[in-house]
Ligand binder design. Structure first.
Ligand code: MG
Length: 364
C-alpha cells in the first residue's frame, strides 16, 4: 500500500508565450504529485493551466480536488487500477485523477525495477516527435519560428490556427516547405458554417485538421468529416474511452490525439489506444505543456504500437529554460525521443527546483 502522498501547485515561466485560438499562456501552472512507499517514489502531473481555456479544469481546482477527494484513496490503494476504481464517484476532473494515477504507475514500475513504457506494453525504443507552433504576431515571425524548429531537427510541424490566421499562413508555410509533415490545430475555433472555408485547407496535403469545431461536439464533426478531405483528428472532444467509441460510431474523426492527462491517466489512454487499434483508427500522443514529469508519462504512452503519427512531445527546452527533471528530455537527430532504460518514467526529479517553483503544497 502507498504510504505517503505529497502534492505541489507550481508555477514556471515558459521560454515564450504560447497562443492558441482561445487565449495566451504566458506562465505555466501545473500540479505535481509525489507518492512514496518504503523509500520508492513515484511522480505524476496534472497539467491543468491557470486559466480554463483548454479544459474547465485549472491547476487550482485540480490541487483542491486531489487534496479533498483523491489523496486519501491514493494512500489506501493497491495500485493505479484500484485507485481509479475507488475514485469513480468523482465525476470528471480527469486531469486531477490522471496526476495521481500516473504517480502510482511510476511507483509501480520502479517497484518492479522496469521502465514504465515496458510495464504499459509499449513496443517502441524511440518515439517520433513533432512540435506545436502557437499563433504568432505576424506571418514573418511565424516563418522564422517554423524555420528555427526545423533547424533544431523537428520533422513535423503543427500550426495553431483560428479564423483570420488560417488559409493564408498555412499556404505560406506550405509554399516555403513543400515536403514537410504539416498539420493544423484549431482548438475548437470554427463552426459548421465555416465548412467551405475549412475545405480550402484540403489543397495543402495536411496530415490532419485537429479539433476544428466545438470541444464537446461530436455530431457536427461527423457532418464536417464528410465535407472535407483533410482527415479530422479529435482532441478536446475525447475525454474518456466512451467518447472514442462514440466518435468512431458517428464518424466524427479518423484520428485521435490522446493526451493522457485529458483522459484521466494511463489506464484510459491504453483503453482508447486499444479500442482505436481494434477498429483501425490511428492515434498519437498530445501534450499540455507538461514539465519533464508529465513528459515522461507521454513518452511512455507514445511507445504503444497503434501510435502512428509524430507526437506533440517536444524536448524540454521547447517550453522551459530549466526543466525540473534530469536529464531533460532531448531530441535526437532523427526527430525522436529515446524511451528511457531506467525504471519508471526514467528521469530524476530535482526536488530542490520543484520546491522553488511551488506556490502551495500539502502532504498526507
Ligand atoms: Mg489540440
Amino acid at each position: 500500500m502507498v504510504k505517503e502522498i505529497k502534492v505541489y501547485l507550481i508555477q514556471m515561466d515558459l521560454v515564450s508565450p504560447f497562443e492558441i485560438s482561445t487565449g495566451v499562456i504566458e506562465r505555466r501552472q501545473t500540479v505535481i504529485v509525489r507518492v512514496g512507499e518504503d523509500g520508492v517514489v513515484g511522480w505524476g502531473e496534472a497539467p491543468a493551466d491557470s486559466k480554463p481555456i483548454y479544459s474547465y479544469e485549472t491547476a487550482e481546482i485540480s490541487f483542491y480536488i486531489i487534496k479533498e477527494f483523491l489523496a486519501e484513496h491514493a494512500i489506501s490503494s493497491e495500485g493505479p487500477e484500484d485507485f481509479l476504481e475507488r475514485v469513480r464517484f468523482v465525476r470528471g476532473h480527469q486531469m486531477a485523477k490522471a496526476g495521481v494515477e500516473m504517480a502510482l504507475w511510476d511507483l509501480e514500475a520502479k517497484k518492479k525495477g522496469i521502465p514504465l513504457w515496458k510495464l504499459l506494453g509499449g513496443t517502441k525504443e524511440e518515439i517520433d516527435s513533432g512540435v506545436s507552433v502557437g499563433i504568432q504576431s505576424t506571418l514573418e515571425n511565424l516563418l522564422k519560428v517554423v524555420d528555427s524548429y526545423l533547424k533544431k531537427g523537428y520533422k513535423r510541424i503543427k500550426l495553431k490556427i483560428k479564423p483570420g490566421w488560417d488559409y493564408e499562413i498555412v499556404k505560406a508555410v506550405r509554399e516555403e516547405y513543400p515536403d514537410i509533415m504539416l498539420q493544423v490545430d484549431a482548438n475548437a475555433a470554427y463552426r459548421l458554417n465555416d465548412w467551405y472555408h475549412l475545405r480550402k485547407l484540403d489543397e495543402f496535403n495536411l496530415l490532419m485538421l485537429e479539433q476544428p469545431l466545438d470541444y464537446d461536439d461530436l455530431v457536427n464533426h461527423s457532418i464536417l468529416a464528410k465535407m472535407i478531405r483533410t482527415p479530422i483528428c479529435l482532441d478536446e472532444s475525447i475525454k474518456k474511452p466512451e467518447d472514442a467509441y462514440k466518435a468512431y460510431r458517428l464518424g466524427s474523426c479518423s484520428i485521435i490525439n490522446i493526451k493522457p492527462a485529458r483522459v484521466g491517466g494511463l489506464i484510459n489512454t491504453k483503453r482508447i489506444h486499444d479500442f482505436c487499434d481494434s477498429v483501425g483508427m490511428p492515434v498519437w500522443i498530445g501534450g499540455l505543456l507538461e514539465t519533464g514529469i508529465g513528459r515522461g508519462h507521454q513518452v511512455a504512452a507514445a511507445t504503444l504500437p497503434n501510435v502512428r503519427f509524430p507526437n506533440d512531445i517536444s524536448a524540454s527546452d521547447r517550453y522551459y529554460e530549466k526543466d525540473i527533471v534530469e536529464p531533460p528530455w532531448s531530441l535526437t537527430s532523427r526527430s525522436t525521443i529515446v524511451a528511457p532504460r531506467k525504471p519508471g518514467i526514467g528521469v530524476e526529479v530535482m526536488e530542490d527546483r520543484l520546491e522553488k517553483h511551488a506556490l502551495r503544497e500539502f502532504s498526507l
